[in-house]
Design a protein around this ligand. Sequence first.
Ligand code: NCD
Ligand code: ZN
Length: 359
Amino acid sequence: MRPVRNRLCLGLDMKTLTIRQPDDWHLHLRDGAVLRAVLPHTAAHFARAIVMPNLVPPVVTTRDAAAYRERIMAAVPEGSGFTPLMTLYLTETSQADDIESGFRDGLVTAVKLYPAGATTNSQSGVTNIEAVYPVLERMAAIGMPLCVHGEVTDPAIDIFDREAVFIERVLEPLRRRLPELRIVMEHVTTSDGMDFVRSQGENVGATITTHHLIINRNAILAGGIRPHYYCLPVAKRETHRLALRAAAISGEGRFFLGTDSAPHVDPLKECACGCAGIFNAPNTLACLAHVFEEEGALERLEAFVSLNGPAFYRLPPNERRITLRRYDEPVENERKMSVGEETLTVFDPMFPIHWKVEE
Ligand code: NCD
Ligand code: ZN
């Protein structure tokens, strides 16, 4: 890939960083009122997003995807060139022909594998991986990516170990059996995940979320239980967060941003059995600029948010540019949004945010 130069201006009291417009390679947009409330935040900054199919009922067939795409397009603010990249939810009765036709028509970009019960709305997911091998074989043959929620659901496995055990029990055998299948390990959270991805050929990539670069498990559990930091895969201990940071800032082509922005209205988060998911779409880029600046790696932010993902998905990078500006004083950030009668809480990175995407 041709090297792209960032413009980084250092002034007395400001800094700007101009990069190609980013894409989000893992996003939950939901439906109805929540869709209409959250989509403008993604569309304001991102050109494209891989849209997760875990609606109720899930987006299983190309017909479901076409209908969902229409609902998304109807919610895209005027003047925004946002393009949703649709995914299908893999079930044990998914049809290879239907999936292939959606991919060939350009309607569907990828298929998502949820182990049944692993996360929000995953009850229709896969229990027996053998049952979906015919579909996976077809995908391997046509070059269609499989996005994987990489956690086992075995209740005997500690929740903090579920990613590492998934690699051993599911991913390694899958790679041996179908080495041509293009795989994205979604929202990777452990150094085991990093090691696995790096040990594989170039057809294995991984998304890293904004929040997993910022929080470790203390954010959820130390000094009180904080449901707005609870997501799946659950944040791990600090050594893992540091490994994720090293990968994100490394510029390595196989790691790219998937925000996993996953809105749930506050009553569903702040209760005795709260939903997993962190809503970070509004401030993701500002938070990432902070992280990359802190790491002295601002010049590699563009690779992570705008270049590596398109290269993996075999799409051109965006031509438009966006500019991030750093302010001396912290920038005001919206912390609660309204959705009808309810509120939705935006991810709080626990540091003052100094960056802002220029309008
Ligand atoms: C996601 C959701 O709410 O849909 N939740 C989450 O904690 N990340 C599902 C997922 O990506 O696991
Ligand atoms: Zn997700």
